[in-house]
Every structure is written in C-alpha cells, then in structure tokens.
Design a protein around this ligand. Structure first.
Ligand code: 13P
Ligand code: SF4
Length: 412
C-alpha cells in the first residue's frame, strides 16, 4: 500500500520523486583524472605548483631534516598511519583521523600544520585550528575517492527527498570524518555530528538519542557494520541511498521504515577485501587471526575474528601474545609497518590483490621537502582553507563528536 506524501502526492515507484523536481545530481568528477585538473568541489585534482626535487635526489632526507630544523617550533607535522615510511619518519605525531584531528587542535603554538594525510583531514585541521595557523597539504592531489562519492549538492537533494517523505525531522545526519568540509557543515546545520572509525559506535548511540533515524554519510560499510555489529540493529533496518537514482532509488515506504539510511559510498581500498581472501588466509596460515577495518564490507567483517579502527588494529596487535599470527585487512603501508614493529608475531596482508591507497601515497618525500623548504624560505604553499560559514557549521559537527563521552575510546 503506497504511503501518501505530506503534500498529497503518492510515491509508488519513485517516479513521483522526479515529478517533484528531485532529479539526481550526478557527480562531475567521473572523468577528472587524478592530479591533472582542478575542480573546486573535488577532493582531488590539482597539480603541485612548484618545482619538485627529483625522487632520485640522494639528499632528500637531509634536505627534509634541514628544512624542518630551520622551521623549528613554527611547524608541526601530522602523519596518518597510511602514509609512506619516508614521510612518517618526519611526523611529530602519527595517528588515525580522530587522533590527528585532536592533535591539530592541541597545537596552537605551531604557525604551520603540515598535514601528511588526505584533503578532508587537512580541512578538518583548518577548521579546528586558530585563524593565525596555516594548514598545508604537501600534494593537493591527495584526496579521497570515498569523500568524492558524496557531493554537497547530492546530499542537499537527499535531504529534500527525506523531507518529501516526511522523515527529515526525525533523522539525524552523521558524517564520517572522510567527507568534505561542506558535508560536515551540512551535518552541523541539521543537528548532526561527525564520527570516525574510532568513535562510530558512540556517535550512532548519541544520534539515536536525538532522533529515530540516521542518515549516514558517505561510507555505507562503516555505517552498516556499526549499526548491526555494535548497536544490534538488523540488516533489514538499513537501506542504501543511491545519489544517482531518483529518490535515491528508495520508496517512501522504505525511507519511513528504515532506521539507518546509508549513503552509497565506499573506500576504494577497504571495500576490495573479500570473504574468499579470509578463507584463503585461514588455509595458508594455521591459527591465523583475521583483523579488519570497519570500512570493509559486512560480509568480510562478519567472517573476521576482530574489527577495529586503525588505532584499534595497532593496539590489538601490539598487545597480542608473541608467536601469534595475524592477517590484517587495512591499508598496505600500515600493515608493512605493523610487521616491522612486531617482529615477534607473524603479520600478513589479508589480500594481495589489494594495494596502497593511491591518494594517500601522493604525499612522498619530494612533496614534503618542497613544502617544508618553501615554508622555511617564507613562501606559503598548498594552504588548505575553509570559508568562515562552512567552518562554523563543520566545527559544530566536529565539536559534537569531540564532546562525546569516551569518544576517543577504541572499539574492537
Ligand atoms: P581512520 O583513520 O579513522 O582509521 O580511517 C581510515 C581511513 O580510511 C582514513 O582515510
Ligand atoms: Fe579514502 Fe579509503 Fe584512501 Fe582512506 S584509505 S583516504 S577512505 S580511499
């Protein structure tokens, strides 16, 4: 039995969404090649404006060290766990996206925050730091394909769909840290919060104390895994909103009965791990324990032994007994470092068909040297800035996350 729209229209099979003018907004990014062009709404696609030192320069390490020394306390370098070793070597602090957001906010004395991570993380650092601090991303093409899967125009259209279905008032938006500042601001404006993989459970619990439904952006897998495995919801409580279909491809009935409305986005690294790879590693490595990131599919997470954020994976393996074996389903740079840092354990990569995060890897030693030398010479390069209105509302959403009781506690 079709459910009437509040304005009297009836949605039977989504065609009425089109009648209402709710045409899907297509992402303009599909044909934009990485690092070759610019799109102001994109997480990626800007070439480095300066002369980079060649990768083969044998003096790169000494040059990075000298430039960092010249800058002294004026610079603070943040390194995400998925960065290359050559970059991590110069980080003042390493962490997952939650820890790095906290660290950016905790260093008001640094004139420059050099963010070795991806664009959305640098935007969050700019939002959380003071106006006289500058955030620098050594390569502007270090974006995130997941963040690019949710454009602000598409998300605003989705909200109109929820309003037309009569559910927006009862829905709390939660956006994963891996989203543009514009989407964080949308979330703040509409009573929601940001979450990371370290605190997704707390964020969802908070959201369900504020409303009946959650619109979870942009990673469907983190949203589904947290809702089902941590909060005990049923898979049938979750629906997937496809921004490329009228009305998200959902009927009004589906929107009204769902508790989790998951945006159709995913991580191009973590979503590639398969249940078959889990079965194979169990055959290959006797007694192995499989630990995966919650950006992996529900099928993969369901057959793993443990699931945890990047920080939780590191802590679990560090605390494990010597002689134990672990197959790890997360970004390859981190897995290689885990193997180096835990020589008393056997650490294997879960699936050899999966590779590095291409955009994280854009930040390399030549880009870091170029950024640090430019800053030391008095030239501000690759500054990441977020406009004041977006900053205000994104900060509301970020502060709601940072204020959650026990938000920093790891979950595994
Ligand atoms: P965390 O840093 O929250 O673990 O997220 C993983 C990731 O994919 C970062 O881009
Ligand atoms: Fe984005 Fe995935 Fe790369 Fe993280 S690992 S930056 S979510 S593509």
């Amino acid at each position: 039995m079709p459910i009437p729209f509040p304005n009297g229209l009836v949605d039977v099979d989504n065609r009425r969404m089109t009648d209402l003018g709710l045409e899907p907004t297509r992402s303009p990014l599909a044909l934009l090649l990485l690092g070759t062009d610019a799109d102001p709404d994109s997480e990626r696609g800007v070439e480095c404006p300066g002369d980079l030192p060649p990768v083969s320069d044998p003096g790169l390490v000494a040059r990075a060290r000298a430039a960092k020394d010249r800058l002294g306390d004026r610079v603070f370098i943040l390194g995400h766990h998925y960065q290359r070793d050559e970059v991590i070597a110069f980080a003042d602090v390493t962490g997952d996206s939650f820890k790095l957001a906290q660290q950016a906010a905790a260093h008001p004395e640094a004139e420059y925050i050099v963010f070795c991570g991806v664009h959305f993380m640098a935007e969050s650092a700019d939002i959380l730091t003071s106006a006289d601090q500058q955030v620098v991303l050594p390569d502007m093409a270090a974006g995130c394909s997941m963040a690019d899967m949710a454009q602000i125009a598409q998300v605003e259209e989705c909200w109109r769909v929820l309003e037309a279905a009569g559910v927006a008032e009862r829905t709390v938006p939660i956006t994963y840290m891996n989203s543009t500042a514009a989407i964080k601001a949308f979330t703040g404006r509409n009573g929601g919060a940001v979450c990371t993989s370290s605190n997704a459970r707390r964020s969802l619990e908070w959201a369900f104390s504020q409303g009946e439904k959650i619109l979870f952006l942009p990673d469907q897998h983190l949203g589904r895994n947290t809702a089902v495995l941590d909060l005990g919801l049923d898979l049938a409580d979750c629906v997937v909103y496809n921004p490329n279909l009228p009305g998200g491809g959902l009927t009004v009935e589906q929107l009204q009965s769902a508790r989790m409305i998951l945006w159709r986005g995913h991580c191009s690294v973590h979503a590639r791990f398969t249940a078959q790879a889990v079965a194979e590693v169990r055959e290959r490595v006797p007694g192995v324990q499989v630990i995966v990131h919650p950006e992996c599919t529900h099928e993969v997470v369901s057959c793993a032994d443990a699931v945890g954020s990047t920080e939780a994976i590191i802590a679990t393996i560090a605390a494990a007994d010597p002689g134990t074996s672990w197959a790890v389903g997360t970004e390859l740079n981190l897995v290689k470092r885990l193997a180096q840092d835990n020589p008393d354990k056997q650490i294997v990569f879960l699936d050899h068909a999966v590779c590095f995060c291409a955009t994280m890897n854009r930040i390399d030693l030549p880009h870091l040297v170029w950024a640090l030398e430019s800053l030391a010479d008095g030239t501000l390069v690759n500054q990441i800035t977020v406009d004041p209105d977006t900053t205000h509302w994104a900060r509301v959403a970020l502060d709601r996350m940072l204020a959650l009781p026990g938000a920093a506690a790891r979950q595994d």
